[in-house]
Design a binder for this molecule. Structure first.
Ligand SMILES: *[C@@H]1O[C@H](CO)[C@@H](O)[C@H](O)[C@H]1NC(C)=O
Ligand SMILES: *[C@@H]1O[C@H](CO)[C@@H](O)[C@H](O)[C@H]1NC(C)=O
Ligand SMILES: *[C@@H]1O[C@H](CO)[C@@H](O)[C@H](O)[C@H]1NC(C)=O
Ligand SMILES: *[C@@H]1O[C@H](CO)[C@@H](O)[C@H](O)[C@H]1NC(C)=O
Ligand SMILES: *[C@@H]1O[C@H](CO)[C@@H](O)[C@H](O)[C@H]1NC(C)=O
Ligand SMILES: *[C@@H]1O[C@H](CO)[C@@H](O)[C@H](O)[C@H]1NC(C)=O
Ligand SMILES: *[C@@H]1O[C@H](CO)[C@@H](O)[C@H](O)[C@H]1NC(C)=O
Length: 778
């Protein structure tokens, strides 16, 4: 089953956000999360067999890129210049690598680890591994890639509140690891922007007419592909994420006339630096490490990674390793949670020093109504909205009805060749490993007039607004079933599609999307993940090429890749308004002020329109205004993670790999995961009680008193002391105690877990500092 998790498949999962996982794959996650004995198993990548992008005719043995870690150089690393480091690494390589006139070392790392990436044959790798200076050498893995309206949806308005107080993120540098960028796109204009701050040491590889400026201050390419020498975005993903985080205002942005408005990123005055580490096939680990290593050196303030792999132990996870070095340098790291939902334990990027961002819907719909011959209408969405489509009812056919192969219901390429769909409206199902837009292309190729695309039971009520090639509406699973039933009920089913354009104000928004990866965390079940959700479905942002002949070009796409840069931009705003806050303090401010209700003031729902649980929402939906003034924070210093990592039962060597220094866990008082001063609790409760502390830091006014509000999870007793806390100084720290007590098992019923919260509310009514609690019953 593990072999299913191929590079290609993961790429598809993260970029296209469209494919339903086979059920067996889904079950794998569920089983792993439930079965405690499998705690050390985790999904592994298969090796990238065909991943050989260097022209190497002479070499016939398989050659792969290895990540090599070496023992720390003791005599003060700062004295070792890059060139010395490189020569030293070079000197470690086996003799066979030196006979050829070629560069085998692809990257030397300085910040994320002591080590380098090198192209080796298996024999050479074995020889290298035997060197005393070498800690480990293993082949790299390939990771996968995981708006006009979102600022105002998130309460960001010109001249008001957070945008006003944070100067739109002025002076903050957001580093993005992605597929590259499109310099010259109006979203990256720099009118009115100051030069980058003096600390900036980055570099721009673009030259000529389309180069960097005071908005896009750096652009580097780490993809070792002879066809890719510049950090140009050939995919679109990086241009989209960069403009979501910090694109400048572009008036009249739209796609096919829809979602029209001023496109702007979350931190429109922040600087951007692009580190190209991905190409269409995925993101090589050596390039991800090189991108993070360079970004830390360059002096970015925020790192944004809309990419990831499956769960790895943190010492074996390049993003966790790079992110730890980043937070040691005060850099905030925001990552996508993954698009493997709605299954439990399907997360990427689980380390507690990372902000893990799930995806929610926004209150904008681009409406396309499926109207049936019996008069019944179903609401759906589509970005392509032709104004010349007939409102006359056309014959309606279910693609799976007469097809001669099992893929025709999915409208897979070629599957409608012999189905009579000419001039008809065709009902197709989502899934079958076919991109949604390609289904429309198949209907069009077969002569169909329009397509109604129905969700599967997994996505239920979360239709996507896509840029289709013919008139389409994408409807819910329930609507699809009703349409199938109507087709069955009559010999002459008919339908048409009515295009109604952009509508804002859906009271069910934000809702968790079906694809957003869910907790519990696999690598560290005692830390609640995801941390937060943010806008990730049907997001408009900059795109390298025009899809509709409109210029400037924008596109609407979906994924946790889209929600992550929203939070990266918000972190940049908070960095500007609170330059003294640590990355953990910024995370705490975002988490403790999150919304738990939707626009309709009801609990946040999921794709089934049922209340979303804590493993889907984390603390809830980001509320940037409140995050700017949280009152209290739960702070963590980088060294506080040492007792936590020792408590995960990692070996000294494994902890050392994360910290880039020697650690002896026997000399550290290790702590259970739940004792880390994290702004949430994730408890695995057996028959005995558990006791923890949390420490609050006052970042509000000096003299203020807070009292306690507890929402106890079902079948769990909670005791907290003291019940009231008075602060008399700014930055004052106060510790409180929390006990969790299992109650009678009968009360649990069939529930495998329950959830609640601890809230500190200031007596003046100004602050409400809430952390969520998840309790998994053992
Ligand atoms: C480079 O481009 C050429 C021509 O487009 C193509 O045939 C080749 O496969 C590309 N190589 C890689 C590694 O993408
Ligand atoms: C915006 O910020 C300025 C100065 O920082 C302040 O004087 C003004 O009151 C703020 N406006 C609002 C509406 O918050
Ligand atoms: C509608 O307009 C599009 C674009 O101009 C054209 O390709 C298409 O054939 C037209 N369809 C009908 C039914 O007229
Ligand atoms: C079934 O579909 C295949 C292509 O998918 C086609 O070659 C074949 O002729 C079809 N058979 C019938 C009976 O329609
Ligand atoms: C429609 O009819 C087909 C074939 O009889 C059947 O398999 C399917 O379940 C029916 N669908 C609904 C929604 O009733
Ligand atoms: C670490 O080992 C101790 C002792 O065996 C055990 O109680 C604890 O649950 C382990 N922690 C984790 C995170 O596995
Ligand atoms: C806070 O309260 C204390 C004692 O009541 C007082 O001495 C102090 O001046 C107050 N500080 C501020 C900033 O109001």
């Amino acid at each position: 089953m593990l072999a299913l998790l191929t590079n290609r498949m993961l790429t598809i999962l993260f970029i296209n956000m469209e494919l339903i996982l086979p059920l067996s794959f889904a079950l794998m996650f569920v089983l792993i999360s439930i079965c405690p004995t499998s705690a050390h198993r985790h999904p592994k990548f298969s090796l990238p067999k065909d991943y050989r992008y260097f022209p190497d005719e002479k070499l016939e043995v398989p050659i792969l890129t290895y990540i090599v870690r070496v023992k720390k150089v003791d005599q003060g690393d700062d004295s070792l210049q890059s060139n010395d480091l490189h020569s030293w690494y070079q000197s470690l390589l086996p003799a066979s690598t030196k006979t050829e006139n070629q560069q085998r070392i692809t990257f030397s790392y300085r910040n994320v680890m002591d080590g380098f990436a090198v192209k080796l044959t298996p024999e050479e790798a074995k020889a290298l591994q035997e060197k005393e200076e070498v800690v480990s050498a293993r082949p790299e893995r390939i990771f996968s890639l995981h708006t006009t309206h979102t600022p105002s949806f998130l309460g960001l308005h010109q001249g008001l509140g957070l945008w006003n107080n944070s100067n739109f993120g002025k002076g903050i540098i957001i580093g993005i690891l992605d597929t590259g960028i499109t310099p010259g796109h109006p979203s990256f204009r720099d009118e009115g922007m100051a030069a980058p701050p003096a600390k900036w040491k980055g570099h721009c590889e673009f030259t000529g007419g389309r180069t960097c400026n005071n908005k896009l201050i750096g652009a580097r390419n780490f993809v070792k592909n002879p066809n890719t020498t510049l950090p140009v975005d050939e995919v679109g993903h990086g241009t989209h994420t960069a403009s979501t985080a910090a694109g400048t205002h572009v008036k009249g942005a739209n796609v096919f006339g829809n979602a029209k408005g001023t496109a702007v990123g979350m931190a429109p005055d922040a600087h951007l630096a692009m580190y190209k580490v991905c190409e269409p096939v995925g993101c090589p680990e050596s390039a991800i490490l090189a991108g993070m290593d360079t970004a830390i050196h360059d002096g970015v303030d925020v790192l944004s990674l809309s990419l990831g792999g499956p769960s790895f132990p943190f010492f074996d996870d390049p993003i966790a390793l790079g992110a730890f070095s980043a937070i040691q340098n005060g850099i905030f790291v925001s990552c996508s949670a993954g698009n493997s939902g709605p299954f439990y334990s399907s997360l990427s990027n689980e380390a507690p020093w990372i902000l893990t961002v799930g995806a929610s819907t926004i209150d904008r719909k681009i409406l396309a109504i499926a109207k049936l011959g019996n008069g019944i209408e179903f609401i759906g969405q589509s970005v392509y909205q032709p104004n010349n489509f007939t409102s006359t009812l056309l014959p309606l056919v279910y693609a799976g009805a007469n097809g001669n192969d099992s893929s025709s219901n999915f409208c897979a390429p070629g599957s409608l060749k012999n189905v009579d769909v000419k001039g008809k409206v065709v009902l197709c199902e989502i899934g079958g490993f076919v991109r949604r837009v390609d289904k429309g292309q198949e209907v069009k190729n077969a002569g169909g007039a329009a397509m109604i695309l129905m969700n599967s039971q997994i996505e239920e009520f979360n239709p996507f607004a896509d840029v289709h090639v013919l008139p389409v509406t994408h409807v819910s699973f329930a609507a699809g079933l009703a349409i199938q039933k109507y087709i069955n009920s009559t010999s002459t089913p008919t339908a048409t599609i009515l295009f109604e354009g952009t509508v804002i104000g859906n009271p069910h928004a934000p809702a968790v999307t079906s694809f957003s990866s869910r907790g519990p965390s696999f690598a560290s079940p005692g830390i609640l993940k995801p941390d937060i959700i943010g806008p990730g479905q049907n997001i408009l942002a900059a795109w390298p090429v025009s899809l509709d002949n409109n210029v400037p070009s924008f596109n609407i796409i979906s994924g946790t890749s889209m929600s992550c840069p929203h939070l990266s931009g918000i972190a940049a705003l908070l960095k500007n308004s609170h330059p003294d806050w640590s990355p953990a303090a910024i995370k705490s401010a975002i988490v403790t002020t999150a919304n738990t209700v939707n626009l309709g003031r009801n609990p946040i729902l999921d794709q089934r329109l049922r209340p979303a649980d804590v493993f889907a929402t984390g603390a809830g939906h980001v509320n940037p205004l409140n995050a700017n003034d949280p009152g209290l924070v739960y702070d963590i210093e980088p060294n506080d993670y040492i007792p936590y990592l020792c408590g995960l039962n990692y070996t000294d060597k494994q902890v050392g790999l994360i910290l880039n220094q020697n650690v002896k866990c026997s000399q550290v008082k290790s702590i259970p995961e739940a004792q880390l001063n994290y702004p949430s609790f994730s408890i695995r409760l057996g028959s005995s009680s558990q006791f923890y502390t949390r420490t609050l830091t006052n970042v509000g006014p000096a003299n203020i008193t807070y009292s306690l509000e507890i929402d106890a999870p079902l079948a769990v007793g909670i005791s907290i002391g003291p019940a009231e806390i008075t602060f008399t100084e700014v930055k004052q720290k106060v510790t409180y105690y929390v006990g969790f007590y299992p109650e009678d098992k009968k009360i649990r019923g069939k529930n495998l877990f329950s959830q609640g919260s601890i809230k500190w509310v200031s007596t003046n009514g100004r602050y409400s500092v809430r952390i969520p609690i998840a309790v998994v019953f053992l």
